[in-house]
Design a protein around this ligand. Structure first.
Ligand SMILES: [Zn+2]
Length: 355
């Protein structure tokens, strides 16, 4: 092979790529972690959602982008944890639905960090002539730049993210038709769950996923509402058990039926609530009594919850006072063991593998 300037460029690219991956390894090591672990960052976007999954090989999935406005507050917080995880781009950004606390941050995010592919449930169906239509239109403008790919997700799909399995559970109001492997037992919590009318908003259309990493399972259903939970979980439990529940809808009482929360038998719940958004007393109570639940973690102390219903302060990233944007970090191994850390205090709780 003749060595041409083109080949020289290729070699330079290869050299840069290998030095970048060395830098990434060095950075991970400096944070005291070992190879082979999944990291999940629960970014504080003040009662919206933004959750970043990073595989051991550096593949990444961000679920939702927080709010619009606030001068890059949410985009900057996302980019800060992305950098901490050694990322210079985000491979996939999944939008659960088009409410402004989920899709609103898209334009500011892409201005701060490149996004490979967006994943969504299809067109916005909440025609409110207001924030939801605006948020969807702004997202369409970002797609129209052609800088990112786009995937339309359906229940049962496996998303093409390497290094972990991300299975679509709900999308655009539809749910998986059959139980997941190993699940499908009759659900005793259906008969003690209140029946509620169908929600007509984008919440009920949330694109929900289950992440599997080795033996570990994490459930994130976005803002999926109570009526959809009942459809998913009754009469048989289509999900089986999970280890970590990302509490639906920021812990607002419109989600978190017993049919879901009690049946999945999660070890840990993580709630992406704000001080004044989500964190409803009925949800906090449901979680505090959920079978098998070892710890309730929260991004904020809930004003509504007060001292009687909030979890212990060491499990809360942001306590009352000026907004500090602290996050929670989950680090998991394939054997099912994991730990959760609070960036406000550096307190870490370890959860040994059970299986
Ligand atoms: Zn929301």
């Amino acid at each position: 092979m003749k060595f041409t300037p083109f080949h020289a460029t290729l070699s330079l690219v290869a050299l840069l790529a290998s030095s970048m991956s060395f830098a990434q390894t060095a950075r991970s090591a400096s944070h005291g972690t070992t190879a082979g672990q999944l990291k999940v960052y629960f970014v504080d976007v003040e009662g919206g959602q933004s959750t970043l999954f990073v595989t051991p090989e550096g593949h990444s999935l961000l679920v939702d982008t927080g709010w619009p406005d606030h001068e890059y507050r949410d985009a900057n917080r996302i980019v800060d944890v992305a950098k901490q995880a050694g990322l210079s781009r985000i491979d996939y950004v999944l939008l659960t639905h088009y409410h402004d606390d989920h899709v609103g941050g898209v334009p500011q995010l892409v201005a701060r960090i490149p996004v490979g592919t967006f994943i969504d449930h299809g067109p916005n169906r909440e025609l409110d002539h207001g924030v939801t239509e605006h948020g969807y239109a702004e997202y369409q403008k970002v797609l129209a730049t052609g800088k990112s790919q786009r995937i339309l997700a359906h229940p049962g799909d496996l998303l093409p993210i390497q290094g972990m399995t991300a299975r679509v559970i709900s999308a655009d109001g539809s749910l998986i038709a059959n139980a997941l492997p190993g699940a499908g037992e009759s659900n005793p919590y259906c008969k003690v769950s209140e029946v509620r009318p169908a929600d007509q908003t984008e919440n009920a259309r949330s694109l929900g996923i289950e992440i599997t990493f080795g033996k570990l399972k994490i459930l994130d259903l976005g803002d999926l509402t109570w009526d959809k939970e009942m459809q998913l979980m009754c009469p048989s439990n289509k999900l089986g058990r999970v280890d970590i529940l990302i509490v639906s809808h920021h812990g607002w009482y419109q989600s978190s039926s017993l049919a879901l929360v009690d049946a999945i038998h999660a070890r840990v719940s993580i709630m992406d609530n704000g001080a004044k958004k989500g964190g409803s007393i009925p949800t906090l109570e449901t979680l505090s009594k959920a079978p098998g639940l070892e710890t309730q973690w929260q991004l904020h102390s809930s004003d509504e919850g007060g001292s009687a219903h909030n979890t212990a302060e060491r499990y809360i990233a942001n306590i009352q006072g000026p907004d500090a944007g602290h996050f929670l970090e989950l680090i998991a191994a394939k054997n099912g063991s994991f730990e959760v850390s609070n960036s406000r205090t550096n307190f870490t709780q370890k959860y040994p593998a059970k299986h």
